[in-house]
Write a protein that binds this ligand. Structure first.
Ligand code: 5GP
Length: 192
């Protein structure tokens, strides 16, 4: 992650969303366009997918390594998200990025968002949604990375997450990518 030092401390921004809502693409474009923003790279115990890179998409670790890190207090927040797999935000790296003046985006689930909001109430919470669950189903199948049981689990989590939307400050529907990106940028500018 290339981060240039700046004087004022950066802010935390949480972007959550239903599975296959396209939040990863929105975040990638946001970071490309805004040099003062960084994406925090999470740790996970889920297996690496085809096309993913360790240290870029996630730090992929075993369940034992993840649990050791929990015990060491290495995570700002962590949660068990999909089929018993852990995901967590590294405390030290995030703290260093904020101290360097970067605005740090956390792409985390609802459980993690709640934990961070409690610790840092000024955090902006944005929820990205696909235009419909039919569209989500289509996108999951196109990705082809999960078996039926895992797809069902992702759907269950998606419906649970939709119930948690009232906890978020903003909801953006990602129907047309450029429009959704513009909305997220406008939210962040107005929050600044
Ligand atoms: P995926 O397995 O598709 O990469 O991610 C599944 C879910 O895990 C997404 O909803 C994503 O937001 C969430 N997630 C990714 N990293 C973290 C993290 O560090 N903490 C928490 N709580 N959730 C995360």
């Amino acid at each position: 992650m290339s981060c240039v030092k700046k004087k004022t401390r950066g802010s935390l921004i949480i972007i959550s969303g239903t599975t296959c809502a396209g939040k990863g693409t929105i975040i990638k474009k946001l970071v490309e366009k805004n040099p003062d923003m960084c994406l925090s790279i999470s740790y996970t115990s889920r297996p690496i997918r085809k096309g993913e890179v360790n240290g870029v998409d996630y730090y992929f670790v075993t369940q034992e390594e993840f649990e050791r890190k929990i015990e060491n207090g290495d995570f700002l927040e962590y949660a068990e998200v999909h089929y018993g797999k852990y995901y967590g935000t590294p405390r030290k790296e995030t703290e260093e990025l904020l101290a360097s003046g970067k605005d740090v985006i956390l792409e985390i689930d609802v459980q993690g968002a709640e934990q961070v909001k409690k610790m840092f109430p000024e955090t902006v919470l944005i929820f990205i949604m696909a235009p419909s669950m039919e569209e989500v189903k289509k996108r999951i199948k196109e990705r082809g990375a999960e078996n039926n049981e895992q797809i069902i689990s992702r759907f269950k989590v998606a419906y649970q997450e939709i119930n948690e939307i009232p906890k978020y400050n903003y909801v953006v529907v990602n129907d047309v990518l450029d429009d959704a990106l513009l909305k997220v940028e406008s939210i962040l500018i107005s929050e600044k």
